[in-house]
Design a protein around this ligand. Structure first.
Ligand code: NAP
Length: 279
């Protein structure tokens, strides 16, 4: 499943939508100098700017207090030029991530991490949805995989990837199993799956012998090793799977594209072109 190609197409569509809307403002907030976070923010900023988004790149010192971050978020919530807000995680240890996540106005929460957005996804009425699992669903759609009635196994239960991926698959009528570090027999669970979302961060944890022939496999896990970027899925899985995302070039570019879609959605919510329940 060529995430790069689909992401490029989606970004083209988003660019046209932004031009039609006239102005879409996105603020990204990076606290500290974590190198991986810096790379992600650069990618998001560049993609947003290329799509015509008015992208504000806010960087704060690693020693910034929680109160200062909360004050900034409140200002952005009230800022008429800003449709979407993204606070890059993880935050330095003196800042409570939950408090910051709660502080973002739900309709501006392009990451979909606010409990109102997470709760609506759980209830089957999605508003803002986390970009990585949304990208996985878009890839399945693009390649003609209808989750309805299929066995889907999600490996990982984070709020960012695993849980929302499971909820989206459930909403698409898959029979969903969520696996995690305490799962007794991961191989047995994966072997039953027609669709696998691997979001662990352990290189090659999904091996060819665990995969049902013909299954669709979405490799989300990303680990930087001396040999380069490795996914959760062993490359030999390509011989067994029906569809597989490459790493890199699969779920990563889709995450960026879906984030841009979220920014457009946020602009529509603010303009009343789409209904957001608390607005
Ligand atoms: P996370 O919060 O660390 O969650 C990892 C999950 O994997 C946890 O639920 C954990 O279980 C589970 N796990 C750990 N070891 C396991 C094992 N041996 N067997 C089964 N499950 C195991 O990470 P995350 O934020 O969800 O990210 C997951 C991976 O995706 C990371 O590599 C991250 O870099 C990558 N990622 C990629 C993209 C992309 O666009 N491609 C976007 C976001 C994240 P417990 O809950 O029991 O601890």
């Amino acid at each position: 499943m060529d995430g790069k190609a689909l992401a490029e197409r989606l970004r083209g569509e988003v660019t046209r939508e932004i031009a039609a809307l006239g102005h879409v403002g996105l603020a990204t907030v990076l606290v500290g100098d974590d190198p991986a976070s810096d790379v992600y923010i650069r990618l998001k900023q560049r993609a947003a700017t290329e799509a015509g988004i008015d992208a504000r790149d806010i960087r704060l010192d690693a020693s910034t207090s929680e109160d200062e971050v909360l004050a900034l978020v409140h200002d952005l919530n009230d800022d008429a030029e800003i449709d979407g807000i993204l606070v890059q995680l993880p935050l330095p240890s003196q800042i409570d991530e939950t408090r910051v996540t709660y502080a973002v106005a739900p309709h501006k929460d392009v990451d979909g991490f606010h409990p109102v957005n997470a709760g609506n996804l759980y209830l089957g009425t999605p508003l803002h949805v986390p970009a990585t699992p949304a990208g996985c669903m878009a890839l399945l759609g693009e390649y003609g995989v209808d989750p309805k009635g299929k066995n889907a196994v999600v490996i990982g239960r984070s709020e960012i990837v695993g849980r929302p991926a499971a909820m989206l698959l459930l909403q698409a009528h898959a029979t969903v199993t969520i696996c995690h570090s305490r799962t007794a027999d991961l191989a047995a669970e994966v072997r039953r799956a027609d669709i696998v979302v691997a979001a662990v961060g352990v290189p090659g944890i999904v091996t060819a012998d665990m995969v049902k022939p013909g299954a669709a496999i979405l490799d989300v896990g990303l680990t930087r090793t001396e040999e380069g970027i490795r996914g959760d899925v062993d490359p030999a899985v390509a011989d067994v799977a029906g569809l597989l995302t490459p790493m890199p070039g699969g779920t990563g570019p889709m995450t960026i594209a879906l984030l841009l879609e979220s920014a457009v959605k946020a602009a529509r919510y603010r303009r009343g072109l789409l209904a957001y329940p608390t607005l």
